[in-house]
Design a protein around this ligand. Structure first.
Ligand code: BTN
Length: 255
């Protein structure tokens, strides 16, 4: 059972929340704040609409006006290095996964590296943009898009809270919940609880131990997911008995 809110440690007590009607991308807006205005850690930028919303691998993130949660959170995790960078991805995915579970009352998975999946459909995505100073992370803009009210999507592999649970879904509540869950998992990260984070991420990994289809260096591949390595590469066991550790640029789920 979760402790009541007043007993939970809060990471960013007096965080600023910048609310915009329309913006190109909340991630770009937040990155500009980091570059030019020295915002405090935990600052959130949220918008009703993005006209140039960015997704992973150079894609666009589409979202209807006023329907969904679009936000970016500014962090300064200077304790992270290239070796443990992927733990930031893990904790953000764990926070968003738990929020979606609370708001849909369904089983929710993390599709490597950080898509949030319910009923085999994507409900939320994460785009983390970082700035490095030598070997240490200087800042991270954690961009989150969560489908809340939207019920029609061009992509038939997308879903929303409203579709899954018509009684639930309120964008403001989702933002509040997200910030609480992020605090909870960032505290694990800050206190160096890497084994716990890795275990939780693995526990919720989509298709773990199952054979799935992938595109690997432009070729179709059937392989079983066996986990994720320290650097965040997906571990696969192929149908011809080979073990592979694959980076984001090498492999894509056929989904
Ligand atoms: C993905 O492709 O899964 C990542 C999607 C991330 C979308 C969010 S919406 C808020 C923030 N601003 C952006 O431009 N992108 C992220």
């Amino acid at each position: 059972m979760r402790p009541p809110a007043f007993l939970r440690p809060m990471l960013f007590k007096d965080r600023a929340i910048i609310r915009l009607d329309s913006v190109d991308s909340t991630n770009d807006y937040a990155s500009n704040l980091v570059k030019h205005l020295a915002p405090t850690e935990g600052t959130v930028v949220t918008a009703q609409e993005q006209v140039g919303g960015k997704g992973q691998r150079g894609t666009m993130w589409e979202s209807e006006l006023n329907e969904n949660l679009l936000c970016s959170i500014i962090l300064f995790p200077t304790y992270l290095s290239h070796a443990n960078y992927f733990y930031l991805t893990k904790v953000v995915a764990l926070a968003l996964r738990e929020l979606v579970e609370e708001h849909t009352e369904k089983e929710v998975y993390i599709k490597w590296p950080n898509d949030i999946i319910v009923n085999n459909k994507k409900i939320a995505g994460i785009l983390i943009e970082t700035i490095w100073n030598d070997q240490k992370m200087q800042s991270a803009v954690v961009g989150i898009g969560l489908n809340v009210h939207q019920t029609k999507f061009e992509n038939n592999k997308a879903t929303s809270i409203k579709i899954l649970n018509p009684k639930l879904g309120d964008v403001e509540e989702c933002l509040k919940g997200l910030l609480n869950y992020l605090d909870k998992y960032l505290l694990l990260l800050q206190s160096g609880q890497y084994t716990t984070i890795a275990r939780l991420y693995r526990e919720h990994l989509f298709k773990l131990g199952q054979v799935s289809k992938f595109i690997y260096h432009d070729m179709e591949l059937d392989a079983m997911i066996t986990g994720v390595d320290e650097a965040g590469r997906l571990r696969l066991y192929t149908d011809n008995g080979e073990s592979l550790n694959c980076g984001l640029k090498e492999i894509r789920f056929v989904f």
